[in-house]
Design a binder for this molecule. Structure first.
Ligand SMILES: [Fe+2]
Ligand SMILES: [Fe+2]
Length: 396
């Protein structure tokens, strides 16, 4: 096994509140992983610690849904065909990245690239770091398709299954694939970012995978995707708004058109959970409470560029500062979903169901209060270099 040499492994505690799932265990995780592999410092050349790409640190739980519940999802196949697949857009009606990019086969290509670069010239680095983080998150799409195919009862059993759930997952993936593609090409043409560092970050991130703690359980899985689609809808909407403020109307259009896709996906996933609330309110509210207790992890929380061990935290901090995605958004999403699924009005629940209902309904205000307190004792801002923008430093 070849080890790349890297900076020493130390436990860094992080005090700033950025996204609800903290990253602070990463460094300690590397120590855990190193010792689990039986590696001691003696075996490392030059006394340096081994390189360890980011990994999940929690205990990974599997198959928490009782097997008999798989039948629920089998029986919803026709319902999904009539109610969920309708939220996909036929390919012929979909936009493609090329609709928003200079046409390399046209005479005016070079001129169009020049115009793009003129438009992006005045956009601040803060914005670019956040757009890069958003692009990298989108580019880790293989991880999200994998995650959907971990779910019992709805996974794509063959890779080309004709079940409604599998058709949805493949078509959803195909729609999502345009997002990273478009943002990646736009960033490439802008000349504002270090493409190789971005590409390395994507490779690391896909290699890290992710376990959003959905336990092969489609109740948990579809709650997670409902939350995430809304989170991406909000953040792409905000990068659209900021691009407009910075004078790049094309980039605003790019982010806006991606946000519109996310909204459509949010509609589909929230409809699935709404259906689960209708047919199995007890287990659905317990699942929602469970997901919220564990906190919704951000899909790119294991992000790493080979340099910054707290890259996700730093990117999140800039996103929070410029208002692209904030802790307030997390509470707002929860509140929106609680309202969307009529959680407060559920009746006939078991004792456990009632407890879960009370917990979920009181959670958003509690998160907001915690956030206010965290803001009040926030650490002093510091400057951190981002490899994505050629090591230029930004306030985090
Ligand atoms: Fe997306
Ligand atoms: Fe999405």
């Amino acid at each position: 096994m070849a080890f790349k040499l890297q900076q020493p492994l130390t436990f860094k505690s992080t005090s700033s509140f950025t996204f609800p799932r903290s990253h602070s265990l990463r460094s300690s995780n590397r120590i855990i992983m190193a010792s689990a592999l039986g590696i001691t410092s003696k075996e490392i050349p030059n006394g340096k610690k081994p390189y360890m790409p980011p990994r999940e640190v929690h205990i990974q739980k599997t198959h928490s849904m009782p097997p008999q519940k798989i039948e629920i999802f089998k029986s919803l196949e026709n319902w999904a065909e009539g109610n969920i697949l309708v939220h996909l857009k036929p390919v012929e009606k979909c936009w493609q990245p090329q609709d928003f990019l200079p046409d390399p086969a046209s005479e005016g290509f070079e001129e169009q690239v020049k115009e793009l670069r003129e438009r992006t010239k005045e956009i601040p680095d803060d914005y670019f770091v956040v757009l890069v983080g958003d692009m990298i998150t989108e580019e880790a799409l293989p991880t999200y398709q994998t995650m959907l195919n971990t779910l019992d009862g709805v996974r794509d059993e063959t890779g080309a299954s004709l079940s409604s759930w599998a058709i949805w997952t493949r078509a959803w993936t195909a729609e999502e694939n345009r997002h990273g593609d478009l943002l990646n090409k736009y960033l490439y043409l802008s000349g504002r970012v270090d493409m190789k560092k971005l590409e390395k970050t994507i490779q690391y991130l896909i290699g890290s995978g992710m376990d959003p703690q959905t336990e092969n359980n489609p109740y948990l899985g579809f709650i997670y995707t409902s939350f995430q689609e809304r989170a991406t809808f909000i953040s792409h909407g905000n990068t659209a708004r900021l691009a407009k403020e910075h004078g790049d109307l094309k980039l605003a259009q790019v982010c806006g058109i991606i946000a519109a896709d996310e909204k459509r996906h949010e509609t589909a996933y929230t409809k699935i959970v709404e259906k689960l609330f209708e047919i199995d309110p007890d287990d659905t509210i317990v699942a929602l409470a469970d997901m919220m207790r564990k906190k919704i992890s951000m899909p790119a929380h294991l992000m790493y560029d080979g340099e910054d061990e707290n890259l996700f935290e730093h990117y999140s901090s800039v996103a929070q500062r410029i208002g692209v995605y904030t802790a307030k958004d997390y509470a707002d999403i929860l509140e929106f979903l609680v309202e969307r699924w009529n959680v407060a009005k559920l009746t006939g629940l078991s004792g456990e169901g009632h407890k879960a209902q009370d917990f979920v309904c009181g959670l958003a205000p509690r998160i907001r209060k915690l956030e206010e307190r965290a803001q009040a004792r926030a650490k002093q801002a510091s400057l951190v270099p981002f490899s994505w923008i050629f090591g230029k430093q930004l306030t985090v």
